[in-house]
Design a protein around this ligand. Structure first.
Ligand SMILES: NC(=O)c1ccc[n+]([C@@H]2O[C@H](COP(=O)([O-])OP(=O)(O)OC[C@H]3O[C@@H](n4cnc5c(N)ncnc54)[C@H](O)[C@@H]3O)[C@@H](O)[C@H]2O)c1
Ligand SMILES: Cc1cn([C@H]2C[C@H](O)[C@@H](COP(=O)(O)OP(=O)(O)O[C@H]3O[C@H](CO)[C@@H](O)[C@H](O)[C@H]3O)O2)c(=O)[nH]c1=O
Length: 307
């Protein structure tokens, strides 16, 4: 089987590529600030440096692949608040350009990797896959746009594209702008960490390897045009998370600074993943173990994050 992984030099994509032994893998990545060739060190693949908005390049690269999994995106909410245009370009136009190339090349299966943020914010309970889309940040809106384009390619052209939506990932090789790697890399050098607002916002954490296992299952068993949730293993306020990170890094609360809240800050996300579990999905990495291993990884790879 020949698999094209777009955005495969980023955090989640590079873990996904490592979890595909035996497949013939091509990685296409623009190498933005978040993508690094080094993330793929030791993983068998052919690398193509390029942009998913480049239709000419895709017409050369996509044909011959049986499966395409799209991770390529601008992924950080705070950056989208500073400037939305690159998010619309890469996430919406890029996804449409890639889907068109897949259609023209006769690709048998496409997986669009998406997020729980497309639903907005939820006070209690969990979203099922038929919940209305109500994104609140430019990042979330651009991912919702990509999901809708993907669904339209399934309905209109019969392209076999499934969509996965997952919560907050953590693990090795995550760019130190997201809360866990940012806090860990700062705490390990004794620096302060910024907690937004009252610290009461809730996120549901999943180890990146558990996310990738869910995507592999959808790649094998997902139905065309269908959405599948991949839920987390630990629902925590940011304050609770900060406490766990301080403890893991051997630091105290004096390093936590309460700062101005994120604009339009979503209070809570929560996914119901019964649909994926019905396909046989099981999460394997408990949060306590995963977090311990992740902190150990950052402590042992100072050259990676200081680079
Ligand atoms: N991080 C999370 O918690 C999370 C959760 C759910 C879904 N997702 C989704 O998973 C995907 C990967 O997220 P991540 O955290 O690994 O992001 P990341 O920012 O670490 O990696 C994104 C990768 O995409 C590449 N890229 C960006 N624009 C591109 C373009 N126009 N053409 C080709 N490559 C491009 C970057 O160079 C980088 O390698 C994204 O689509 C994101 O929306 C992330
Ligand atoms: C960076 C940062 C974040 N925060 C807060 C904001 C959020 O409530 C929480 C997590 O923030 P982030 O790590 O930026 O992640 P969040 O905005 O939830 O989005 C992530 O999770 C999403 C899935 O839910 C993915 O789609 C996104 O790509 C990914 O970036 O921590 C802080 O309090 N301080 C910080 O410095």
């Amino acid at each position: 089987m020949r698999i094209l992984v777009t955005g495969g030099a980023g955090f989640i994509g590079s873990h996904f590529v490592r979890g595909l032994p035996g497949a013939s893998v091509t990685v296409l990545d623009k190498l933005t600030y978040a993508g690094r060739r080094a993330n793929l060190e030791g993983a068998a693949h052919t690398f193509v440096h390029g942009d998913i908005c480049d239709a000419g390049l895709l017409a050369e690269v996509v044909p011959g692949h049986d499966v395409v999994v799209n991770f390529a995106a601008e992924s950080h909410v705070d950056r989208s608040i500073e400037g939305a245009s690159e998010f619309v370009r890469s996430n919406v136009l890029g996804t449409q350009t890639l889907l068109q190339a897949c259609l023209e090349a006769g690709v048998a299966k496409v997986v669009q990797v998406s997020t729980d943020e497309v639903y907005g914010t939820i006070e209690s309970g969990s979203w099922t896959e038929d919940a209305p889309l109500a994104p609140r940040s430019p990042y979330a809106a651009s991912k919702a746009g990509a999901d809708l384009i993907a669904r339209s390619y399934a309905v209109t052209y019969g392209l076999d594209v499934s969509i996965t939506r997952c919560g907050n990932n953590y693990g090795p090789r995550q760019y130190p702008e997201k809360i866990i790697p940012l806090f860990v890399t700062r705490l390990l050098r004794g620096a302060t960490v910024p907690l937004y607002g009252d610290g009461g916002n809730v996120r549901d954490w999943i180890h990146v390897k558990d996310h990738c296992a869910g995507i592999r299952l959808v790649m094998d068993k997902g139905e065309p045009g269908e959405v599948y949730h991949i839920a987390g293993t630990a629902e925590l306020t940011n304050l609770e998370l900060a406490g766990r990170l301080l403890e893991a890094c051997g630091q105290g609360w004096d390093l936590v600074e309460y700062v101005e809240d994120r604009k339009g800050h979503d209070r809570r996300y929560s996914l119901d993943d019964a649909k994926l579990r019905a396909l046989g999905y099981r999460r394997e990495i408990p949060f306590e173990q995963g977090l311990k291993d992740t902190v150990r990884w950052y402590a042992g790879h100072r050259g990676w994050w200081a680079a």
